[in-house]
Structure formats: structure tokens, C-alpha cells
Design a binder for this molecule. Structure first.
Ligand code: GLC
Length: 536
């Protein structure tokens, strides 16, 4: 039952916005976004109506994987600014009632991190056991068959000390040995460093990778593999990811979060629902929000999505708070995947489901993947597996702020090409257009924040057909009906739960707003409506 006395915390009630810092706003004309750039856009973010920013890594890094290879966990990369800039961003964000969530990358460091430099310096170095070193097989070959997510073997030979080290991603990203208590302590101290500064939480990179099988057993073959996929998928990562002991280290991290008040730990975890929900931990000992990527990975189909929502709602632990995501810096943009018309439906779905939504920068103006010519590809995932179209550069292009040269992102050519359409598709032009994607996002965000039923109310499925998804959000006597047409053809349906009277409060088709809705409801192709039910 909905209980209006129940206390919800900001990360349950609020909406998170992911900033990819290289591409958000450049303040010092080097073609790369930075902290002062983000600071200059806090007014925009507050106007938009989000409550928290997750900023992808801003720490010192050789940038082999664009910041996900960290060489100093408690510093700021000069490309992005200084620690003083960070402190200023944090306090200004808080003044704007915006929380700051940092990216924590505990699974691996850069190969240039002093810990790894020490570890690889000799077999008897005290930090040798901080990473996963392994002898060659008796025949001199690899220790086992594990593969790198970014292509090739996950083992790299170190000539000087005559052993292999394990890297789930690039060879420049050696995995830490989380079974070593010294490693645990060091990373928990990193967390405290940022939490002491007042940071509001972490998004934890590849949480399900953090512990590997202690015996390093071979992974089984994936019999469904076809060569149009990343080579990593040739095997099922049964022994290299999602090991039972991972929950113990997550629990240690959670304990640190609990030393502070109302901080959030979000886990990046790509696993099926039954496994995903185990990352909430027993009795609240895990992540507050294990990222739920179903809307990213499932086919865009009304029945599939309806089933996934219901399964998720049923599978969540009783005190586990749901969350939803449409895109991030690793995935094809939603507008490219399902088209602009359906991207409006997706926005309405994301912002009316039960649970914390996370938006990816630029999706609110309908940014699309930008094709990058082969000689300009920067992402190692794309470069290492050519021909498979795996580069993540297309979804990481500069934010389109206005129609100026370089889209108001920078005064010089940016690090990745801008979308060709930026003179038309940009924040400034969409702010002036009530029919724009941005206006739709803002209307949905404002409505969600104003209405407890949408923010924290319960989810009730109403009806699913081939291209139709209908559900309600309910709190006390407040009731909102959401009807989404996943197809191009118009359709009509009868509200199955009796007669009612309502008004469209937000529509993907703005002309529909403020119109009256009764039992028999007609939707245009690609149309979605949020209806406030006034009488039953
Ligand atoms: C996560 C990040 C991705 C990165 C990888 C290795 O999946 O989201 O961008 O490349 O981890 O750190």
C-alpha cells in the first residue's frame, strides 16, 4: 500500500542525469569539456528539472579508455580542471539543489597507477598481490581461456617478471585483486576521501566483475556465438564475473556509504533480472540501485517491455528501490535505436515508471549517434575490433547547445565531430519550441516532481496489446493513466477497469494536452499520453 507518511530519500524521488564530461561543455577552448563547463550549465540542469548529476570519470588518467583507466583516485585530471574547480562545482551544485555522483572504478586501475608500477616491478614487491598475476600454463601458454571485453585474451605477458596479469578490459587496465584486504582498504579510503568532501554517491563501474573464481577455471563456450558479435561473447563468463564472493566486497563498500547520511551507491551490472537483484544484497547490504538496463538491452516491443516491467516489479526485494535507464556512454543512443518518434514514447515511459530514472546527456534533445569516419575513431573498443561497429564514439559526441559554430560546446573543433544537424537540433532552439523533445522531457520531469503518484506511487499494469502498453501510477486517491503506442498505426482501446473521466496532462503530441479522456481512448501512431484521472 502507498503510505504518504513513508520517508523517501532524494535518490528515490529524484531523477539522475549522466554527464560525459569530455563532451558536455568546454570552458577553456581546448575542444574537451571540463568542470567549469559543467558549472556553467547548472542553471540549465536545474531548469530542466533533474535532481542529481552523475559525472563519468574526471580523475588523472592516461585516457587509454577515456578516464576509465585511473592513475590517481583522489585527484582531478588537468584536462577537466583542478581540485579547486571540483570543490566549486560541488558547492555550486548543492546551491542549485543538485546532488553530485562520481564514477568509482574499483575493478581495475591504469597500468600507470603507482600501485601497478610497484606490483609489476618484481615478484616480491609488497604490492605484487594487489593485482592478478599468474604463471604461464605448463606449455608456456595462457593461464586460462578468459577473454577481454575489448578483444583478445584477458592475459598480458610481463617479460620482466615472467608472469601474466589479468585485465578484463584493456591491457592498460589491469584488474585489482579484491580478495586482498589491503586492496579493499585502499579503495574504501578512496570512497571516504570523496564522501568527506560531500559527494552524494558513486556509480560503481563494472561491479559484477570485481571478484573472479579463485581457481581461475576456464569459462565455458557460448554455443550461440556468431562472428558478428564482440569476440568476448565467444565464452560465457561464468568464472570471471558474478562470483558469489562479490557480494561480500559490495557489502564492505555499502558499510562505508552507511557511515554517511543519505549517500547512494549505484552498481553498473549487466545481468539478467534474477541475478541483478541479488546486488541489492541481503537486508540492505548491497547497492542502493543496481542499474536496471532492460530498456537498453531488450527489443523495443510493447509485450516484451510489459513483461519485463512486471517481472522486475515482482523480483525486486521488498525494500529494493527500482530504477530505469534508456542510454549511457557505452550504448547506441535511444533516438538512433528506435527512431525519434518512439524516442518520445521512451521518454514518457522512463519518466513515468516506478523507480529512479537516469537520463543520458543529449537524449533530452533527441541527439542521435554521430557517424565517425574510420580514421577519426578514438574508442579502443572500436579500434580493437574493427569491422564490428563497436566504437562508442557515436554516442559520446559534443552536446548541442546552440546554432553557433561548434554548437556552443567550444570555440574550437571538438575532440569528436559534432552532429551535422546541430544548427537545428540544439538546446536553445528546442527551449523555444513547445513541441520539441526538450519541452516534452521538461514537462514530464516537472510533472513527475509535482505528483507523488508519479514519483513514488505504485505501479499497476492495465493492458498490453501488440503495440500498446497501458499502466497506472497510484498514490492515495491520485491516479495517473499512461498509454503508449509503440507502433506507427493509430489505435483505439477501452479502459478495462470501468468508466472514468480524465485529462491529458502531458502528451507526445502537444495538441492533445488539456483534452478530456474517457473510457474509449484513441491514440495516433507513436502517440503517448499521461492522463490525470479525475473521476471514476
Ligand atoms: C564500464 C564503463 C565503460 C568502460 C568499462 C571499463 O563498462 O561504462 O565505459 O569502458 O567499464 O572500465
Amino acid at each position: 500500500m502507498y503510505n504518504s507518511d513513508q520517508h523517501y530519500v532524494w535518490w528515490q524521488e529524484g531523477v539522475i542525469y549522466q554527464v560525459y564530461p569530455r563532451s558536455f561543455k568546454d570552458s577553456n577552448s581546448d575542444g574537451i569539456g571540463d568542470l567549469q563547463g559543467i558549472l556553467s550549465k547548472l542553471d540549465y540542469l536545474q531548469w530542466l528539472g533533474i535532481q542529481a548529476l552523475w559525472i563519468s570519470p574526471i580523475f588523472p588518467s592516461p585516457m587509454a579508455d577515456f578516464g576509465y583507466d585511473i592513475s590517481d583516485y583522489t585527484g582531478i585530471h588537468p584536462l577537466f580542471g583542478s581540485m579547486a574547480d571540483f570543490d566549486q562545482l560541488l558547492s555550486e551544485a548543492h546551491r542549485h539543489n543538485l546532488k553530485i555522483i562520481l564514477d568509482l572504478v574499483p575493478n581495475h586501475t591504469s597500468d600507470q597507477h603507482p600501485w601497478f608500477l610497484e606490483s609489476r616491478s618484481s615478484r616480491d614487491n609488497p604490492k605484487r598481490d594487489w593485482y592478478l598475476w599468474h604463471d604461464a600454463a605448463p606449455d608456456g601458454g595462457l593461464p586460462n581461456n578468459w577473454l577481454s571485453v575489448f578483444g583478445g585474451s584477458a592475459w598480458e605477458w610481463d617479460e620482466a617478471t615472467g608472469q601474466f596479469y589479468y585485465h578484463a578490459f584493456l591491457k592498460e587496465q589491469p584488474d585489482l585483486n579484491w580478495r586482498n584486504p589491503e586492496v579493499q582498504d585502499a579503495m574504501l579510503q578512496v570512497m571516504r576521501f570523496w564522501l568527506d568532501k560531500g559527494v552524494d554517491g558513486f556509480r560503481v563501474d563494472v561491479m559484477w566483475h570485481m571478484i573472479k573464481d579463485s581457481e581461475f577455471r576456464n569459462n565455458p563456450l557460448n554455443l550461440d556465438y556468431t562472428p558478428d558479435h564482440a569476440t568476448y561473447q565467444q565464452l560465457i563468463p561464468a568464472y570471471s564475473t558474478d562470483q558469489p564472493e562479490v557480494h561480500d566486497v559490495v557489502a564492505e563498500m555499502r558499510k562505508v556509504m552507511n557511515e554517511y547520511s543519505e549517500r547512494v551507491m549505484i552498481g553498473e551490472i549487466y545481468l539478467p533480472i534474477d541475478q541483478l537483484v541479488t546486488y541489492y544484497g541481503k537486508d540492505n547490504t548491497g547497492a542502493h540501485l543496481p542499474f536496471n538496463f532492460q530498456l537498453v538491452v531488450l527489443p523495443w516491443d510493447a509485450r516484451t517491455i510489459a513483461k519485463a516491467i512486471e517481472k522486475y516489479e515482482k523480483t525486486l526485494p521488498s525494500d529494493g528501490w527500482p530504477n530505469w535507464v534508456l542510454g549511457n556512454h557505452d550504448q547506441t543512443r535511444i533516438a538512433s535505436r528506435i527512431g525519434l518518434a518512439q524516442a518520445r514514447i521512451a521518454a514518457m515511459l522512463l519518466l513515468t515508471l516506478r523507480g529512479t530514472p537516469t537520463l543520458y546527456y543529449g537524449d533530452e534533445i533527441g541527439m542521435v549517434d554521430v557517424p565517425i569516419p574510420p580514421d577519426l575513431i578514438q574508442d579502443p573498443q572500436g579500434l580493437n575490433m574493427p569491422g564490428l561497429n563497436l566504437s562508442r564514439d557515436p554516442e559520446r559526441t559534443p552536446m548541442q547547445w546552440n546554432a553557433d559554430q561548434y554548437a556552443g560546446f567550444s570555440t574550437v573543433a571538438p575532440w569528436l565531430p559534432l552532429a551535422e544537424n546541430y544548427r537545428v537540433v540544439n538546446v536553445q532552439s528546442q527551449q523555444e519550441d513547445p513541441g520539441s523533445m526538450l519541452s516534452l522531457y521538461r514537462d514530464l520531469l516537472q510533472l513527475r516532481q509535482a505528483e507523488p503518484a508519479l514519483k513514488t506511487g505504485r505501479y499497476e499494469p492495465v493492458l498490453t496489446e501488440d503495440t500498446l502498453l497501458v499502466y497506472q501510477r497510484v498514490a492515495g486517491d491520485q491516479r495517473f493513466l499512461i498509454a503508449l503506442n509503440f507502433g506507427e498505426a493509430p489505435l483505439t482501446f477501452d479502459y478495462p477497469l470501468g468508466n472514468f473521466n480524465g485529462e491529458v496532462v502531458v502528451g507526445t503530441h502537444p495538441e492533445r494536452e488539456a483534452t478530456v479522456v474517457e473510457k474509449s481512448i484513441r491514440l495516433q501512431g507513436n502517440e503517448g499520453i499521461v492522463v490525470h484521472i479525475t473521476e471514476r
